[in-house]
Design a protein around this ligand. Structure first.
Ligand code: SAM
Length: 846
């Protein structure tokens, strides 16, 4: 399999590995020594320019933010920063997830790989490609960039070789403490240092009536607040609202020497006692002191925002921007306050976040983030649940911090209180508006309250155009419906302001004016072009169905990926491999079942309780019944290959990280009890890589159209078309959808076989027949042909021991009078073959 792959263009190979979230099976992680800790090694030769491995992790980027200065790639503590398309991005691979890219070490002298950016679905992915031949047993390396990494210095190398004697004695957990410590003297770029505020405070001793014992307080701690005075920022005039003091989380007092002050509370506060117990000048002590300082400042800032009085205390000096609750916001992790424009950059590398991500339970984590949020206590429980389910990223963060968006969400949730299914839709709408808010930040509008002011109307228009991909020259939109949806949401938010009792008179007046401007100008400025773009797109669309050969190419592609993921899964158990096999299997099930939405939600139980007896329907299919939205049974068909893949997945659920209480068959291995993959998303990812002419039509909705159109080529009787339309879920009488009922078995078997015939490319032979006239052998002809051609090849090579067996099989299958008829007779008679018996296979199947 990998041999074939390596013949692909390296970039294509990289893309396939990106999509399948897979590492090359010939790479492995090895422990090197207590300094480098782990590294990645190959046990096969890798040719120059071949794709080697992806540096996989969480990606953060801000498409609209230009890098302030030209800077190269850097890697610090698993966070890789780089430029792409004029903006700064970073991939955070801090999470220990068994992927190999994050474990590749640095070599700036003779690296064997180089890092390249590969674009997939509009996002850059970092991939390593070989720059020379790499031999079996060699370590994979690349140049991390131009920073002065501590391990590159001579002194460090000498130190490390001296200490290599303690090989294997240290923990294998990848901490970089030793380097951080080594680097702290060199002023290296640890996250801590980078994000730490150069605290200022000139009036030393002015607040302390207490002088702690120097033995208790490290000398660096004692002078720490003063040290910051040396920073160049202190020479610049500071905005009047900037407070030099840090605040005590115990008594709330503002102190210029907060570290010294905190020790007053040592007896009452266990956290302070804990800090005191740590060795002076230790990294841990410094880190914990910083946490305590953040905690106090956060508490103080919350109070300032709540009472609207006092000065905020941010982590960095505000330079040009004004310091207030609209322009500054707290980091979800360390609770430090940062300028909104900078927060995403900080959050990507916040050292506290790395520590948090090691804790299990994503939901709990976001719950605690929310509980710190300003409006949390006012949220109704339904609303809390909806916000908690939202992906916790910079968009969610913008949403959670905008009080009008929150009011709007509350209004929507309240209005549709009985309909929880709407929550997913609201969450999507909220995220659309969150994205708009991020664009507005770039235009110095930091809340919807400001956005709805008449003086900002044209900036809002620009932001909407930008988010909907407006092309000024062509006067057309890339996503016209986004433009139309955004205005709807803006109007709804404006109406929420008008209805709200807490919103002041001035706000109501300016919102009314904004709405009037919308009514007068929005159409000319936005909607007209959006409608035109939409219309043009519809008439220019060449076809809305995938070509049959695209369907076939797609099907083959899925088979290849599935075979490779199955092979890898049998050797390595990891969430990544599980993820790849699960997604490709779900994509295959979705193709076979023509995108039936219920497919994604099949439960483990339905699979385990599948009806083995329905195999009699057809040797090709196993049917599982799942309840539909209306409570009826929906049949989901699986081939025996799919059953094998799913059985393998089921057996690896636990070891690959699927939560034990997750009920879904296509559960994600992310430790969540309710997550699952969506078939539509999986189809989309794989379709883009199968070399189809029109991959955009390889989507579930188009599959249905494709099938109905292709079936029209057949001379189906009216009622047969009716059966078919029902099978595809297109009927107007869905309640009586007999295909969803067990009695439909006979037709279901026939139609399913037609679908399979199409996918296997043998559709031509049934063209022009009615359903009654169609006879499909249990072994479809391509199979027979395959066996036959294997037979011929083998004859030529004169080396097949299995030939007589194969040819017998062919004869048997071809000469069988009518297996289909046989099957149908058994269905009608509800009886099993006399020579079959029930044997317990495994604990799942029973
Ligand atoms: C992305 S991680 C690489 C994997 C790491 N060796 C591990 O075991 O987790 C980067 C870290 O590896 C270590 N590292 C990378 N290259 C190194 C080298 N040439 N010598 C020593 N340590 C290195 C440093 O601790 C660095 O911060």
């Amino acid at each position: 399999m990998e041999k074939q792959k390596s013949q692909l263009a390296p970039e294509q190979d990289a893309l396939e590995h990106i999509v399948a979230c897979r590492d090359k099976p010939f790479l492995e992680e090895r422990f090197i020594d207590s300094f480098k800790e782990r590294g990645v090694f190959t046990h096969e030769t890798i040719k120059p320019s071949m794709f080697v491995v992806e540096y996989r992790g969480k990606i953060f980027g801000h498409k609209n933010t230009r890098p302030r200065r030209k800077c190269g790639d850097t890697l610090t503590n698993y966070v890789y920063e780089f430029s792409w398309k004029g903006a700064r991005w970073c991939i955070d691979a801090s999470k220990e997830d068994k992927t190999l890219g994050r474990l590749v070490n640095d070599d700036h002298i003779n690296p064997n790989c180089e890092m390249k950016r590969i674009e997939y679905e509009g996002t850059p992915h970092l991939c390593l490609f070989a720059v020379r031949e790499i031999y079996p047993g060699e370590e994979i390396t690349y140049n991390y960039g131009d920073s002065s990494y501590p391990w590159r210095s001579k002194a460090f190398c000498e130190g490390s070789s001296a200490s290599n004697t303690d090989l294997h004695t240290t923990s294998s957990t990848p901490t970089n403490k030793k380097f951080e410590e080594a680097s702290s003297n060199e002023g290296s770029c640890s996250d801590d240092d980078d994000d730490e505020l150069p605290d200022s405070g000139s009036n030393s001793g002015s607040d302390g009536d207490y002088k702690p014992d120097e033995k208790v307080l490290g000398s660096d701690e004692e002078s720490s607040d003063d040290d910051n005075l040396a920073n160049e920022d202190t020479e610049k005039p500071e905005p009047s609202s900037y407070s030099r003091r840090n605040y005590c989380y115990v008594c709330g007092k503002g102190m210029t020497k907060i570290a010294r002050h905190l020790f007053i509370h040592a007896d009452e506060e266990p956290d302070i006692t804990k800090v005191l117990a740590l060795p002076k000048k230790s990294k841990e002590r410094k880190r914990l002191l910083n946490d305590l300082r953040n905690r106090g400042n956060y508490k103080h800032n919350q109070e300032v925002l709540r009472t609207n009085s006092g000065d905020l205390k941010p982590k960095r000096h505000p330079k040009n921007s004004s310091l207030n609750g609209k322009t500054y916001v707290h980091c979800l992790h360390c609770k430090g306050m940062f300028c909104r424009k900078e927060i995403w950059r900080h959050m990507a590398r916040c050292p506290k976040k790395n520590a948090d991500s090691a804790k299990p339970g994503k939901a709990r984590e976001s719950e605690s983030d929310l509980s710190e949020s300003l409006w949390y206590e006012k949220y109704p429980s339904e609303m809390q649940k909806m916000l908690l389910k939202m992906k916790q990223d910079e968009i969610a963060f913008a949403v959670n911090n905008d009080h009008l968006l929150i009011q709007w969400a509350q209004y929507l949730v309240g209005k549709y209180a009985d309909n929880r299914k709407m929550h997913q839709y609201f969450s999507k709408k909220l995220r659309q508006m969150g994205r708009l808010l991020l664009t507005l930040y770039e235009k110095s509008i930091f809340s919807f309250e400001d956005a709805l002011k008449p003086q900002n109307f044209y900036k809002v228009v620009e932001a909407v155009r930008h988010n909907a991909g407006f092309d000024e020259k062509k006067k057309s939109y890339k996503n016209p419906s986004i433009a139309l949806k955004l205005v709807q949401s803006l109007k709804q938010i404006a109406n929420v302001v008008l209805k709200g009792s807490d919103n002041g008179e001035e706000m109501v007046r300016s919102t009314k004016k904004f709405l009037t401007m919308c009514a007068e100008e929005w159409c000319d400025l936005v909607s007209h072009n959006a409608h035109t773009s939409k219309y043009k797109r519809q008439i220019n669309r060449p076809s809305t169905i995938p070509f049959t050969h695209d369907v076939q190419a797609f099907y083959k592609h899925l088979e290849t990926i599935s075979a490779s993921a199955t092979e890898t899964m049998k050797k390595y158990e990891s969430p990544q491999v599980y993820n790849a096999l699960c997604r490709v299997t779900l994509a295959q099930v979705s193709v076979l079942n023509k995108g039936t939405p219920e497919v994604s939600k099949v439960t483990l139980k339905s699979f385990q309780e599948r009806e083995e007896t329905t195999q009699v329907l057809s040797k090709h299919f196993i049917r599982i019944n799942i309840p539909s939205k209306t409570g009826q049974n929906v049949a989901v068909l699986l081939t025996s290959e799919l059953v094998n893949a799913i059985t393998l997945l089921v057996s690896k659920r636990k070891s690959c990280g699927v939560h034990k209480d997750n009920l879904f068959l296509f559960a994600k291995p992310d430790g969540s009890a309710s997550s699952f993959y969506y078939g539509g998303g999986c189809l989309k990812s794989f379709s883009n890589l199968c070399h189809a002419k029109n991959p955009e039509y390889l989507r579930s909705t188009y599959f249905q159209k494709h099938i109905t159109r292709v079936f029209q080529i057949l001379n189906l009787e009216n009622d047969e078309l009716d059966h078919l339309s029902k099978l595809l879920g297109l009927t107007i009488r869905t309640e009586r959808d007999y295909y969803r009922l067990p009695e439909a078995a006979e037709e279901l078997a026939k139609i399913a076989k037609l679908l399979l015939a199409m996918e296997k490319g043998s559709f031509e032979r049934v063209k022009g027949n009615s359903l009654d006239e169609i006879e499909i052998e249990d072994q479809l002809e391509p199979d027979v042909e395959q066996v036959y051609s294997k037979y011929c090849d083998a004859e030529e090579d004169k080396e097949s021991d299995a030939l007589p067996q194969q040819s017998d099989d062919v004869d048997q299958q071809v000469s069988h009078p009518d297996p289909e008829q046989d099957a149908l007779e058994h269905i009608k008679a509800s009886k099993d073959k006399a020579f079959l018996e029930g044997i317990c296979i495994d604990p799942f199947k029973g």
